[in-house]
Design a binder for this molecule. Structure first.
Ligand SMILES: Cc1cc2nc3c(=O)[nH]c(=O)nc-3n(C[C@H](O)[C@H](O)[C@H](O)COP(=O)(O)OP(=O)(O)OC[C@H]3O[C@@H](n4cnc5c(N)ncnc54)[C@H](O)[C@@H]3O)c2cc1C
Length: 378
């Protein structure tokens, strides 16, 4: 993509974010639209295949430029940001170990937006990753899949559940498998989670698998490579993209806080004239800029293959902490009125989720420490 083409795309997305996205946000908050309708509009606008390479039918935006676009989408409603994030990222996990035939059957339709997939890892009775308990048993040309997953974003509506399980009787990363599970297969039951704190309009599922027959040709990678499909090549860019969305959302919170500080007068002077408020705003602006630089540094490390995994953890750790501090500061500047339904109230609710996506702060710290300490840090 030429610099001119990128600039035009950026301007178009900025205009969408400032205009139409605000209308969609209001409709999502009121329950007047849902993620299915919003996804279709985003697909028509070409925002769901930005990051995929041209050979796969994507727009071919380089990752280090894509994060700048994610920052823009981060300014909008959390559901819009989530749809863009999932669609522009999940093809990577599927593509990583796909055969040529699987690339045609799964990856191209995903990039084209003809089908959708939900990342189906978390379980109610185990830790995410090597601890997972959902299992498969080979039966001729199929695996029989059994287990429970929960908190699965778009798990009620996606065409496929990209499901991580283990061969019965194995432990740890060994024996894990990644399967493309058509959600309408008999034995798959997806039920809604209780209403979430934020991101209104996004659906979340609790999924039960009861002896679900999955053809062997729907396995991505080899037996034993399930976690590699989940983590290698997918998680680092996904974490960096989450961190970029934090920068965008924090920037929006800061703008709202600045506007409010200028307009609200107490004891004869606007809040903006008070040094205590000025210091809060100055700290917010500084933290946002620091996170933005960390995100762009991590993106370029990942793109050039120089330690992108740990860089992604550092970017995500800092950006999510920054977002928490900035949204809290912005709400404080608004005073009590910010606690009632309003743009800052929605941002405050939506901002909490980034701390769970793609690994918590505790997980990121463990990964960073492991690099510092080697085996002693494991
Ligand atoms: C809105 C939302 C959408 C989600 N969407 C998806 C999805 O699409 N697909 C999916 O698979 N999952 C999804 N999740 C789940 C998400 O990935 C997990 O919530 C997250 O990884 C944390 O895992 P957990 O909830 O099981 O927390 P737990 O593992 O129960 O951890 C609880 C707390 O203890 C800490 N902790 C846990 N183990 C350790 C340890 N060994 N050392 C130190 N601290 C530890 C954690 O950091 C956390 O703070 C979603 C969650 C939310 C809130």
């Amino acid at each position: 993509m030429s610099p001119g083409e990128f600039r035009r795309l950026e301007d178009e997305i900025s205009a969408f974010v400032e205009g139409r996205a605000e209308e969609i946000a209001a409709a999502l908050e009121e329950g007047e639209t849902d993620s299915g309708e919003v996804r279709e509009e985003l697909r028509r606008r070409g925002y769901l295949n930005l990051a995929a390479p041209r050979e796969l039918g994507g727009a071919g935006v380089p990752f280090s430029r894509y994060v700048e676009l994610v920052e823009l989408f981060g300014r909008t409603h959390g559901t819009i940001r989530t749809i863009v994030h999932v669609a522009n990222g999940i093809w990577r996990a599927v593509d990583g170990r796909a055969t040529g035939e699987q690339r045609e059957r799964f990856v191209r339709p995903l990039v084209a937006g003809e089908v959708t997939a939900a990342f189906t890892m978390s379980e109610p009775d185990s830790g995410a990753g090597a601890d997972l308990k959902t299992s498969v048993r080979r039966d001729g040309e199929v695996y029989l899949l059994s287990g429970e997953k929960h908190m699965i974003t778009f798990g009620l509506t996606a065409d496929y559940l990209l499901t991580f399980a283990r061969l019965e009787g194995t432990a740890g990363a060994e024996g894990t498998v990644a399967l493309m599970v058509p959600r309408d297969t008999p034995g798959v039951e997806a039920r809604p989670m209780p209403p979430a704190m934020g991101l209104r309009g996004t659906d979340y599922a609790r999924v039960s698998f009861r002896g679900v027959p999955i053809p062997l040709e729907n396995r991505l990678g080899e037996e034993g490579e399930g976690l590699a499909v989940a983590f290698e090549g997918f998680l680092a860019p996904s974490r960096i993209a989450v961190a970029a969305s934090c920068v965008g959302l924090a920037e929006r919170a800061l703008e709202l806080a600045v506007d409010h500080a200028r307009g609200r007068v107490t004891f004869g002077r606007p809040l903006a004239a008070r040094q205590a408020v000025q210091h809060t705003l100055a700290e917010m602006a500084t933290e946002i800029e620091a996170a933005r630089h960390l995100v762009r540094w991590a993106a370029s490390r990942w793109e050039t293959g120089e330690g992108g995994l740990v860089a992604s953890s550092k970017a995500k750790l800092f950006a999510t902490g920054m977002l928490q501090r900035v949204t809290d500061g912005a709400l404080q500047v608004h005073g009590g009125v910010g606690y009632f339904a309003s743009p800052i109230e929605r941002i405050y609710r939506d901002a909490r989720v980034q701390r769970f996506e793609e690994g918590t702060a505790e997980v990121q710290k463990a990964l960073i420490a492991r690099e510092l300490l080697g085996k002693e840090g494991s």
